[in-house]
Every structure is written in structure tokens, then in C-alpha cells.
Write a protein that binds this ligand. Structure first.
Ligand SMILES: CC(C)(COP(=O)(O)OP(=O)(O)OC[C@H]1O[C@@H](n2cnc3c(N)ncnc32)[C@H](O)[C@@H]1OP(=O)(O)O)[C@@H](O)C(=O)NCCC(=O)NCCS
Length: 233
């Protein structure tokens, strides 16, 4: 996991933002951006983010219509963003794609292109003492983090997910809605915990493994496997 500095991402966590992904999570990320900007306005501060638009290599007609409905432009594909989008001058990107491996691949292309990852934390998120959030992470509404939690880069914590004390979450991990990761756990890089999945305390989930929706993980999971059910196996 990348070294974290104790803040949300970097000091320059503000600018012109492009969201990658026109699908459901990409548009939920836009909701997080809207909430972050609205909270700043409520505090009398300038909005941290100007949304330039969304890139998606193959958006469905339905997703394009849903973007148009909220007056967000589709700017082309990821390569268009890498090449530089005329007129928009984006400074930051966020990858609104749930798949950890796809998210890593996209983020690595955009890092090389010189764009910076935005770190997006919904104003309703609560956290305890000494919680560190890696850059590029997206924390949706209702997320609860307790004490001494470490999140890597490009972590997605979806709606109402919880992460308990002293847990270490690696890079490109996705924790889906309502999932609960207990204390003293380790989620290695590129783990996905499905909707309402439970990881019991002191358990390690190996790199790239998937925990199925509503599973209960009671013992360590090796890398690169899918586990499901109660107890998960
Ligand atoms: C577990 C999961 C990763 C799929 O694993 P898979 O091995 O590819 O599963 P398949 O779809 O091939 O199904 C294989 C069997 O597992 C069962 N199964 C699938 N998901 C399951 C789950 N979460 N819990 C229990 N059983 C499950 C299927 O019914 C099927 O059973 P059968 O062989 O008796 O017919 C997936 O179902 C899942 O839970 N993903 C998380 C989705 C999520 O979080 N969605 C929210 C997005 S915000």
C-alpha cells in the first residue's frame, strides 16, 4: 500500500475534475462531488470542484441520457483524456468504476498522463481518531470509519459501509454498500467486498479476492479467489 500522509489525498485536492465511467457508480460519484461542493458553499467557501464532464469508452445510450439529464457532458473515452481535452483543462480525475482491476488500469494511464487523482469524501462520512485516506479514494454517503483506519489509494467505500478500528485497506479495494469490515482486518490490494458482506475481526483477505454479497468471512482468505455464503468459503 502507498504511504499515506494523514490527510485526504494531497493539499491540492481541488480543481477541474473529470469522472471516468458513465455507469451507475460513476454517476454516484457525481453525487459525492455535488455534496462536497454544496457543503463548501454551506460553509461560505468556494466549491472545490468544477466538473468538466465524464469520459467513458463505450457508454450506453441510457447512461448518456442520464448524464444529459444532469447536464454533465460526455467528453469521449479515456484516451481522449490522456491526450488532453481541448477547452476543458482538467487537473484531476476520479475513477467511478467498481472493478478493482479495471480501476487500477485506468488510474495508472491517467497518472502517467500527469492528471492527479481527486479524493472525494461525502460530508456525511464519520471517522474516528487518526484515520488516513489515500488519494483517489471515494467515500460515499453514510460511510463510518472508526479509529486508526488506513485506506490505500483509489479505495471505494460505498454507501453505508463500515470499517473498524486498526484495519488496513489496500490500494484499489472496493467495499460495496452496507458491507461491514471489522477491526484489525487487512484487505489486500484489489479486494472487492460485495454488498452487505461481513469480514469478521482479525481476518486477512488476500490480494484480488472477492467476497460475495451477504457473505460472512470468518477466517483468512487466500489471494485471487471468490468466497461466498455463511461462513464464506
Ligand atoms: C459471489 C459473486 C462474486 C459471484 O461469484 P461466482 O462464483 O461467479 O458466482 P456465479 O454467479 O457463477 O454463481 C455460482 C453459484 O453461487 C451462487 N451465488 C452467487 N452469488 C452468491 C452469493 N453472494 N452468496 C451465495 N451464493 C451465491 C449462485 O446462486 C450459484 O449457485 P448454484 O451453483 O447453486 O446455481 C457474486 O454473485 C457477488 O456476490 N458479487 C457481489 C455483487 C455486489 O456486491 N453487487 C453490488 C454492487 S454495488
Amino acid at each position: 500500500m502507498a504511504e499515506q500522509d494523514g490527510r485526504d489525498g494531497r493539499d491540492d485536492n481541488t480543481g477541474v475534475l473529470v469522472v471516468v465511467g458513465a455507469g451507475g457508480f460513476g454517476r454516484e460519484v457525481l453525487d459525492v462531488v455535488d455534496a462536497v461542493n454544496a457543503a463548501a458553499a454551506g460553509n461560505g467557501s468556494a466549491a472545490p470542484w468544477t466538473v468538466a464532464g465524464v469520459v467513458d469508452d463505450s457508454p450506453s445510450e441510457q447512461n448518456l441520457a442520464l448524464l444529459a439529464d444532469r447536464e454533465v457532458a460526455h467528453l469521449g473515452g479515456v484516451q481522449d483524456l490522456v491526450d488532453g481535452l481541448a477547452g476543458t483543462r482538467p487537473t484531476h480525475y476520479t475513477v467511478g468504476i467498481g472493478s478493482p482491476r479495471v480501476r487500477r488500469a485506468v488510474a495508472e494511464r491517467l497518472d502517467v498522463a500527469g492528471l492527479r487523482p481527486a479524493t472525494l469524501v461525502h460530508p456525511s462520512v464519520t471517522r474516528g481518531f487518526d484515520v488516513r485516506v489515500g488519494e483517489g479514494s471515494v467515500l460515499c454517503a453514510g460511510v463510518r470509519l472508526t479509529t486508526h483506519v488506513r485506506l490505500g489509494r483509489h479505495v471505494h467505500l460505498n454507501l453505508n459501509a463500515t470499517v473498524g478500528h486498526d484495519t488496513v485497506v489496500g490500494d484499489y479495494v472496493s467495499v460495496n454498500p452496507l458491507a461491514s469490515v471489522s477491526g484489525d482486518c487487512v484487505l489486500e490490494d484489489e479486494v472487492l467486498v460485495g454488498v452487505a458482506g461481513v469480514v469478521l475481526n482479525q481476518v486477512r483477505v488476500g490480494r484480488g479476492s472477492t467476497v460475495g454479497g451477504s457473505a460472512c468471512v470468518v477466517k483468512d482468505v487466500p489471494p485471487g479467489v471468490v468466497v461466498k455464503g455463511i461462513p464464506a468459503r
